[in-house]
Ligand binder design. Sequence first.
Ligand code: HPA
Ligand code: ZN
Length: 345
Amino acid sequence: MFTRPVPADRLPDLLRAMPKAELHMHIEGSLEPEQMFEFARRNSVALAYSSAQAVREAYVFDNLQSFLDIYHAGTMVLKTEQDFYDMACAYFARAQADNVTHAELFFDTQTHTGHGLSAATVINGLHRACDDAPAKYGLTASLILCFLRHLSEAEAFACLEEAMPLRDKLVGIGLASSEVGHPPEKFAKVFARAKQLGFRLVAHAGEEGPPEYIWNALDILKVERIDHGVQAIKDSRLMQRLIHDKVPLTVCPLSNLKLRVYSNLSQHNIGRMLDAGVVATINSDDPAYFGGYINENFTQTFAALGLNSDRAYQLALNSINASFIDATERARHVDRLNEVFETFR
Ligand code: HPA
Ligand code: ZN
């Protein structure tokens, strides 16, 4: 770690400039209202809103479920491989502006196959965008297919089966959607199968659900990272486990604020998590719905909690170390991070 802190007035510039990996964002959650209207027009889909502004005004949520209902309605405009390509490219352009140098994108096929699309339409469109990302947006990207946990394990198996011809286009498997009432162990067998197939594993746990869901994601699903995980702070033995095993948490502060996990960002526990030694990262989750992309999450969180440049370095380094890139790539990202920090001292 560096000894000389970056002056506080340069912190916002540093937060934007520092290279970082984004490990928790749902690509369907990056669909901005303007793009929603554009896709609705070109695919002849009727929208229930009169303008992009009216869509934005509807984005007031009470909890995760109230968000998921609106989010699923938004996905109805996505019809073609090109839509998925364009949506991912729009996100990459935003990510590049925030100096994201590597992104691991969540997506689900079950939402879209439920609307009559094939998994191949979704995966091929997103993957072509990931392929083009280094040349067009100066970042690398990979794909994590999330099962929808409000559906059955048999449906998750069918989802995995349909994706298998495109297995090489995916780095991992995750678990998303309505958490409470759908514990990790519901998906024990399909995660075991995914592990056998060589997928990297992650799961949403402890966003609204209890610490027990985090234990079970680790011990039963055998995941390598926990998405959200903020409820871990209620269980000191679990905190020790996360710290000891260096289990990364992909935390999404503005998501937690919008979905009312916290009523104010100053109550967010990410500062305490970092103080305790948890490998936490900052991410945007569903940036078009939750009020900002990754840099907005960094700047608002740092302002609310009074975090300093050492924490900025730690968070950027954690994001690189927690990503699913290989050791050579990792070293290259860390070198770039160190170079940028040097220019701020
Ligand atoms: N939690 C669970 N499922 C999701 C989320 C989330 O924050 N965003 C999109 N799907
Ligand atoms: Zn999420």
